[in-house]
Design a protein around this ligand. Structure first.
Ligand code: FE2
Ligand code: FE2
Ligand code: FE2
Length: 186
């Protein structure tokens, strides 16, 4: 696979930067949540951090033989706070990706015939929708100073980052088709 066309390359780099930072932010947020006694919220942040790592890796791999210095625009709401604040930042970040970033990036890649980049963006978009909803649910508990009530597990598809809550993973990933037995449990 060669280097993608310039505009697709730009948006791949930006998405790579955004996902990489989301990965680190959520790991940081999980430590804050542990300190505050919100252990299921911490587990959610760790699980979603892994999904963002999958997205970052997918985008990075689509850069092909790209080999030059790059400054990356990884726009996101930043500013560490307590867990309630961190959940608000996380929701804003995920909603930006769902409503602004990925729909626009998908169009760039589609317009340029960059199928692999387009698929990488589509896979991420599907997971971000779920992340936004899960963070909202967790926030509704933390607002009452309670931990997110979750007895089951959070499962992440290692291929596309699809995120599933339940006692078992789905048989097959509904987004990319990977086997449920490959899912990572949190
Ligand atoms: Fe992501
Ligand atoms: Fe996400
Ligand atoms: Fe998947």
């Amino acid at each position: 696979m060669g280097v993608p066309r310039p505009m697709t390359k730009e948006v791949l780099l930006s998405a790579f930067g955004g996902e990489s930072m989301a990965h680190m932010r959520y790991l940081f947020f999980s430590k804050v949540a542990v300190r505050e006694g919100f252990h299921n919220v911490a587990r959610l942040f760790r699980a979603v951090a892994y999904a963002e790592e999958v997205h970052a890796s997918n985008h990075y791999s689509k850069l092909g033989g790209f080999d030059e210095d790059a400054s990356v625009n990884a726009g996101s709401p930043i500013g560490p706070g307590d867990t309630l604040k961190n959940l608000e930042l996380a929701i804003r970040g995920e909603e930006f990706e769902v409503n602004e970033m990925y729909p626009a990036y998908i169009e760039v890649a589609r317009h340029q015939g960059e199928k692999e980049a387009e698929i990488s963006f589509r896979w991420a978009l599907e997971a971000e929708k779920i992340h936004a909803e899960l963070f909202k649910e967790a926030k509704s508990f933390v607002e009452k100073k309670e931990d997110w009530r979750l007895e089951s597990y959070i499962w992440i598809c290692p291929v596309c980052g699809y995120t599933h809550v339940g006692y078992e993973p789905p048989e097959k990933c509904p987004v990319c088709g990977a086997s449920g037995s490959s899912f990572k449990e949190f």
